[in-house]
Write a protein that binds this ligand. Structure first.
Ligand SMILES: Cc1cc2nc3c(=O)[nH]c(=O)nc-3n(C[C@H](O)[C@H](O)[C@H](O)COP(=O)(O)O)c2cc1C
Length: 359
């Protein structure tokens, strides 16, 4: 026979469960309404998504100077290079430098990586207070051995429960929406259940790179993995991988039904790509690609912005690879790339540009 007290307890449990289910259903409906209107609401935060191209985070490449140019040409938002939550928590002096950004980059997201919910949460709280980003992005896509060996980046796709704990902890510690950048999976496609788990944990938006960790960056992006993630959630999904032209962006949106796209390598050396892609996504005529003269002017500007941010020595050193990207694909690029590796001063940069424009 059932003890009366345990019956009461059961009733209470059933009542509590009913409350949770009602709250969950109402949140889902509310998210759906906002999603249809072009945004998603989680914990009081709304992320608006226009069908536009954003700049994908790229450590060692998409620094503030480059991001400012991309934003000027219409990148929907910019994200910092990934920063280590652990390094921040240990008071590393250099790590916060990666989070410096200009107002013109906004909406600006700070991307963190790590494998411990508490460390990730305290990093997010520190970043919100010190840098006031528009969102915090959690890196669950990096395939680099030194990142995944610590359980972070794409290794989190093997541990959805831990990944969910991280999202919950970061949401609780952040004053801004929390987003997730993920892959198709670790060694097989798990994007759909993983995306659903991230939404459930509180993520406001997902960027899905359509390759598994095993695939690194090599085989063509698989649109079906992104489409599966999109079907599994009601928050906005940004499709990422292999977008280097307006046609690529249209293909991504058509094949995956994603809400917007993120462009990485295709924008390197071509920040004006965002203007062309966004025109295509809006159904407008695509402006022409910049002439060599205009591209050279953009490279000069990028150099000036980088010098302002990092000082001449570091700026010039890091500009070498950007200079090479600006001339990729043009006849004579091999010779120019060699010259790019020798840039150490503004005079060297001008000599590089003169050689480029002579071609
Ligand atoms: C040099 C480089 C650095 C990258 N760094 C990051 C990073 O810090 N955080 C991140 O989430 N993804 C990073 N990625 C992955 C890109 O954001 C993007 O997902 C990937 O390059 C696929 O997009 P794409 O084909 O448009 O380049 C990096 C990629 C490259 C090539």
């Amino acid at each position: 026979m059932e003890h009366p007290a345990s019956g009461e307890e059961n009733k209470l449990c059933r009542g509590q469960w009913r409350g949770i289910i009602v709250k969950y259903t109402l949140t889902k409906i509310w998210n759906l309404i906002l999603h249809v209107k072009g945004g998603a609401r989680v914990k009081g935060s709304v992320i608006k998504t226009e069908k536009l191209a954003s700049l994908a985070p790229m450590a060692g490449a998409a620094d503030s100077a480059f991001r400012q140019l991309c934003a000027r040409f219409g990148a929907a938002f910019c994200t910092s290079e990934m920063v280590s939550a652990k390094a921040l928590s240990l008071g590393d002096k250099k790590t916060p430098e990666l989070l410096r950004h200009a107002q013109s980059e906004r909406p600006f997201g700070a991307q963190i990586f790590g494998a411990e919910p508490e460390t990730m949460a305290s990093a997010a709280s520190f970043i919100c207070e010190r840098f006031s980003p528009d969102f915090i992005d959690i890196n669950m896509g990096c395939p680099a051995p030194k990142i995944v060996s610590g359980g972070a980046g794409s290794a989190l796709m093997r541990s959805p429960a831990l990944a969910s704990d991280i999202v919950r902890a970061v949401c609780a510690a952040s004053s801004v929406p929390v987003t997730v950048k993920m892959r198709a999976g670790w060694d097989s496609d798990t994007a759909a259940p993983f995306a659903a788990a991230m939404e459930e944990a509180g993520a406001s938006r997902l960027t899905v790179h359509g390759r598994t960790r095993d695939e690194m960056y090599a085989p063509p992006v698989r649109y079906e993995a992104i489409a599966a993630a999109k079907r599994a959630v009601s928050i906005p999904v940004i499709g990422n991988g292999d977008i280097a032209s307006p046609a690529d962006a249209l293909k991504m949106t058509e094949l995956t039904r994603c809400d917007a796209v993120a462009v990485g390598r295709g924008a390197l050396g071509d920040p004006a790509l965002f203007e062309r892609i966004n025109a295509a996504l809006r159904g407008e005529a695509t402006p022409p690609a910049p002439t060599a003269k205009l591209s050279a002017e953009l490279l000069r500007e990028q150099a000036a912005l980088a010098i302002e941010d990092k000082g001449i020595y570091r700026a010039m050193l890091e500009l070498r690879k950007h200079a090479a990207w600006y001339v990729k694909g043009i006849p004579g690029a091999a010779k120019l790339r060699k010259r790019a590796c020798e840039i150490s001063s503004l005079e060297d940069l001008e000599a590089f540009i003169a050689q480029w424009l002579e071609l």
